[in-house]
Design a protein around this ligand. Structure first.
Ligand SMILES: [Cu+2]
Length: 444
């Protein structure tokens, strides 16, 4: 017990000193200034970013479960904006999309953080792409008690930027793409040699939180010399954590994983994306000496009944795309049941009553062009259970707030709306969201 207490203090101190995850005295009282800044991605490459508090990612908010959050937000941007707290279950008037914070205006959010987990925040003012793409995103961490027992708790926010060689933002898309993909990839706002290494000692166990803040890019992370042990998806703990050397993240998704430092002093390994030349590489650096091997402090949640593929979902939706719209790059229009937002039909839900949805991805335009186009669907105001992917139930309960719907396939989800209101339901590829692939869950 004594050792645990010392380690707890050590972990908090480490987090404070690291700066990237500073825990203020009253963590829930936050002042956020949304403003432009010149941001150095690496020495010699600086770009004009939009930020929450002057850094990319923006200021992390780190609180305890159920803690009151009072965020005073001042908009110093030249355009109206708002903040959406991605993954948190909140009253509708705190969720973000319905709010407008004009240039120069101040808005005070006031809500209770819910369950522990890795969440994040970003703008939800249409069009979202030119705001989020300039660096407007930040972690929102609700700490679980066991998180303090790790030898380190690290958050990695992934992003990509489309820039010229001087760091000027290029408009539109590249390579005849239908979405905006970057030519520079970043971890916590830094690229290439400027990415801060993960420093470990032999025997330690570290908690890694990955957040994909890219507007369109899927990231595939591989680790050398080690295995990830995945414990949480979108902030929700797994009953059976699993080991893997590769973590896939669709836009909007989060994965928490443990990394056991099983190698030795002086050795170097890395976590890298599928295109490391773009700069998304996290070195793993072993410091001197070793500690007695740490055990995982992770405790799985209470067991739940296995998911069943619904014989007849309450509602079915079809995601697709087409030409001829004035929205979206290249005249693309992105649709749900053949309609683009705001002409999409709302999904009717009753507060407190479970709803099952089957979401098809019949994106024929993408299929014809041989373009892999899974649509990561995000639902506000709830978490949902994944009942099936292409009719196969997952081998353990999976709770998410963002799920990729595979091209040519479907996903079944089930959820209960806790609070009344119009809640956004949309693709988290922001080009698609802005281009029409969005509707409401209308909870009454
Ligand atoms: Cu999409």
């Amino acid at each position: 017990m004594v050792r645990r207490r010392i380690r707890f203090r050590h972990a908090v101190l480490t987090a404070v000193l690291a700066g990237a995850l500073a825990v203020p005295a009253a963590a829930g009282d936050v002042e956020l200034e949304i403003r432009q800044t010149e941001w150095e991605l690496r020495p010699g490459l600086t770009t004009r970013a939009w930020t929450y508090g002057g850094t990319v990612p923006g200021r992390p908010i780190v609180v305890r479960p159920g803690e009151r959050v009072r965020a005073t937000v001042t908009n110093r941007l030249p355009v109206a904006t708002n903040i959406h707290w991605h993954g948190l279950v909140l009253p509708n008037d705190q969720d973000g999309p319905a709010l407008t914070i004009e240039p120069g205006a101040v808005f005070r959010y006031d809500f209770l953080a819910g369950e522990s987990g890795t969440y994040w925040y970003h703008p939800h003012r249409m069009p979202v792409l030119p705001q989020m793409d300039r660096g407007l995103y930040a972690p929102f961490i609700v700490l679980a008690p066991e998180d303090a027992l790790y030898d380190g708790d690290h958050t990695f926010v992934l992003d990509d930027w489309l820039l010229d060689s001087r760091g000027n933002r290029l408009e539109g898309t590249s390579r005849q793409e239908m979405e905006r993909y970057g030519n520079v990839e970043t971890v916590n706002g830094k690229t290439g040699d400027a990415v801060a290494p993960l420093r470990v000692r032999a025997g330690q166990i570290h908690k890694l939180r990955f957040i994909n803040a890219s507007t369109a890019a899927f990231h595939e992370l591989k680790v050398s010399g080690h295995r990830f042990r995945v414990t949480h998806l979108d902030g929700h703990p797994l009953q059976r954590p699993y080991e893997t050397d590769r973590i896939d993240l669709a836009p909007g998704e989060r994965v928490d994983a443990e990394l056991f430092a099983s190698r030795h002093e002086g050795e170097r390994y890395r976590i890298s994306s599928s295109r490391p030349e773009l700069g998304l590489v996290i070195p793993i650096v072993y410091g001197p000496g070793s500690v007695p091997a740490s055990a995982s402090p992770f405790r799985p949640p209470a067991p739940e009944a296995p998911a069943a593929v619904p014989a007849r979902p309450d509602q079915e939706l079809v995601l697709s795309s087409g030409m001829g719209g004035m929205m979206g790059p290249g005249g693309m229009v992105w649709t749900i049941d053949g309609r683009a937002f705001p002409r999409t039909r709302p999904i009717e839900a009753k507060v407190g009553v479970p709803l099952t949805l089957r979401i098809y991805n019949r994106d024929h335009m993408s299929m014809m062009m041989g373009h892999r186009m899974d649509h990561p669907i995000h639902v506000h105001g709830t978490r949902f259970r994944v009942l099936s992917v292409n009719g196969t139930a997952p081998d353990q309960p999976i709770w998410k707030d963002t799920v990729p719907v595979p091209l040519g396939g479907f996903v079944d989800i089930s959820f209960v709306m806790k609070n009344p209101g119009d809640w956004m339901f949309h693709c988290h590829i922001i080009d698609h969201e802005d281009g029409g692939m969005m509707t409401f869950v209308r909870a009454r």
